[in-house]
Design a protein around this ligand. Structure first.
Ligand code: N7H
Length: 506
């Protein structure tokens, strides 16, 4: 592996950058050889606290795990992920090359289960509606949000216009995205070289975003510092549920499977809609706000009070321990790292007034807004989150200034958010629009919870959250800044591998 790694680096240094000349035939052949090699180390990361990816499906034959693209059920378990957004110029040659040259690199769920079958780079591909139309695939997939594209959805999602959107996401020019996941960035870069080389002239690269797990002890934590990827819905045929997981029908995530109630073309079975969002995070600003806005709590230092406010905004401490179980201080060592314990709570406790009690967790906390648990059992409003942080760590200068460097610069950071679901209107769009952004949700309460302080969006207008202060949970806190800034995104369909090899490339 080491010598192969050195070789990879040599090739990547030759052909980085969208304007680079096409890779040579020799470079392409070498990339193919290396990327067809065998792995000796796990492609997936093992983050303490996240449910490990299973080594075998719980019910092997009930779902075609060798046909379902690997990113859909993998959760946030990638060390490095490259998103390669493209426009198709020549559908005929694109189809031919996708079917004959690239398809063998497409990675199924089953292949990811064992190191011995894992590829050097896990490759998936997904198409937007404009991409399917360009491929002359005219079937209606039965999803209005997908059909219209995310640019048309910006106002509905609460974005303050599209001024902050990356130009690539404006309109419907992105036809598809290759998702490349690996343990080392040079491997992903090599896959980029292969895609560039094979499809040179057939596609135009619109935008490439590299995601990376954070370094050292922050591995698995998103940019604000909180462990991410803990709570995912459970599909029992894939993996027996862990305590506290929301069990869902496979058709909540996969089209055409049990529980999917929409009429779909047969070829769409076992595909999933992928909602992609590039969400910039203003990390020093968020930390500064916690320091100044945290009410002082008897017995806690200033920084402990700030940690408590942050934990109440998320619903979990930075470790991942839930405030519902540990309302005033982080959980004991090892608790958050144990996936049999860290998700086992439902916001209800004996003696609680169900409609007013926010002593443990505010109704507006991010994890309570996006999955209300005992407040409202809604298994069809579930998403499989599969994103990854992007950008570097906060610099010393940013920390000192308390301000993030500008977007689009080398220090932009955030979350490359990915959610899979069978209906965007019940999944990502619903969670964002009808829950996180809606100050009245959760409805069955005698209070007005306010916005999700993390992702709740109000078209740029001021937001509030109730329940931030443990001394008086009826108080509301003004949230002056959107610490999560939408840089736009797109809705895609991630088809089954067999559909890619047949209907989509016929
Ligand atoms: Fe969230 N964060 O760090 O604050 N998220 N999220 N998310 N999120 C979760 O359980 C975060 C975003 C959900 O079942 C945790 O993995 C950030 C969007 C759902 O208990 C943390 C961003 C949407 C859950 C974060 C962001 C969601 C969840 C706790 C943007 C959907 C599971 C750890 C930059 C519209 C809820 C964990 C459950 C959990 C953070 C985006 C949804 C720490 C920073 C856009 C469903």
């Amino acid at each position: 592996m080491q010598s192969r790694f050195a070789l990879v680096l040599a090739f990547v240094s030759i052909a980085a950058g969208a304007a680079a000349p096409p890779p040579t035939a020799a470079q392409i052949e070498n990339a193919k050889t290396i990327l067809s090699g065998k792995r000796t180390t796990n492609l997936l990361s093992a983050i303490p606290g996240l449910i490990p990816f299973p080594q075998a499906a719980a019910a092997a034959n009930s779902l075609p795990f060798d046909d379902i693209q690997g990113d859909i059920l993998a959760g946030m378990k990638k060390n490095k992920q490259t998103f390669y957004f493209f426009t198709i110029n020549n559908p005929l040659t694109f189809k031919l090359k996708l079917r004959t040259i690239i398809a063998p690199f497409l990675t199924s769920t089953k292949r990811l289960m064992n190191v011995s079958t894992q590829p050097i780079v896990a490759l998936n591909v997904a198409f937007s509606q404009s991409g399917l139309t360009t491929l002359n695939v005219t079937d209606d997939l039965g999803d209005a949000a997908f059909k219209a594209g995310q640019f048309a959805d910006a106002a509905n999602l609460g974005d303050p216009g599209t001024g902050n959107w990356k130009p690539a996401f404006k309109g419907t020019k992105i036809h598809g995205v290759f998702l490349m996941a690996s343990d080392k960035q040079p491997f992903n870069d090599l896959m980029v070289l292969l895609v560039r080389g094979i499809f040179f002239g057939d596609i135009t690269e619109q935008y490439v975003l590299n995601g990376n797990v954070r370094p050292g002890a922050e591995a698995g934590h998103e940019m604000f510092g909180y462990l991410d990827g803990i709570a995912q819905p459970s599909i029992p045929a894939f993996q027996a549920p862990f305590p506290g997981q929301q069990v869902v029908d496979p058709g909540v995530i996969l089209l055409g499977e049990a529980g999917d109630t929409i009429a779909r073309p047969a070829w769409a079975k076992d595909g999933s809609f992928l909602a992609f969002r590039q969400l910039q995070q203003l990390v020093p600003e968020f930390g500064g706000f916690l320091n100044t806005a945290a009410p002082s709590v008897p017995g806690l230092t200033g920084s402990q009070s700030a940690d408590l406010l942050g934990a109440r905004m998320i619903g979990r401490w930075k470790s991942g321990a839930p405030v519902d179980l540990f309302p005033l201080a982080d959980g004991p060592p090892g608790f958050a790292a144990d996936p049999t314990q860290n998700n086992n709570f439902d916001f209800q406790h004996p003696g609680f007034n169900f409609t007013t009690d926010q002593s443990h967790c505010p109704f507006s906390a991010h994890i309570r807004k996006t999955r209300p648990r005992a407040d409202l059992i809604a298994p069809t409003n579930s998403i499989m989150r599969s994103g990854i942080p992007y950008g570097p760590e906060v610099t010393t200068a940013e920390k000192a200034a308390g301000r993030s460097d500008p977007a689009d610069g080398p220090n932009e950071r955030g979350l490359a958010f990915v959610a899979y679901q069978a209906q965007i209107a019940k999944g990502f769009q619903f969670l964002q629009h009808s829950w996180a952004n809606n100050p009245n949700f959760i409805f069955n309460k005698d209070v007005k919870p306010g916005h999700d302080p993390i992702i709740g969006a109000n078209a740029g207008a001021p937001r509030t959250m109730q329940g931030y202060n443990v001394a008086d949970t009826t108080q509301s806190l003004a949230l002056p800044v959107d610490w999560v800034v939408s840089r736009g995104g797109e809705y895609f369909f991630s088809p089954s591998i067999s559909a890619i090899k047949t209907v989509l490339t016929a």
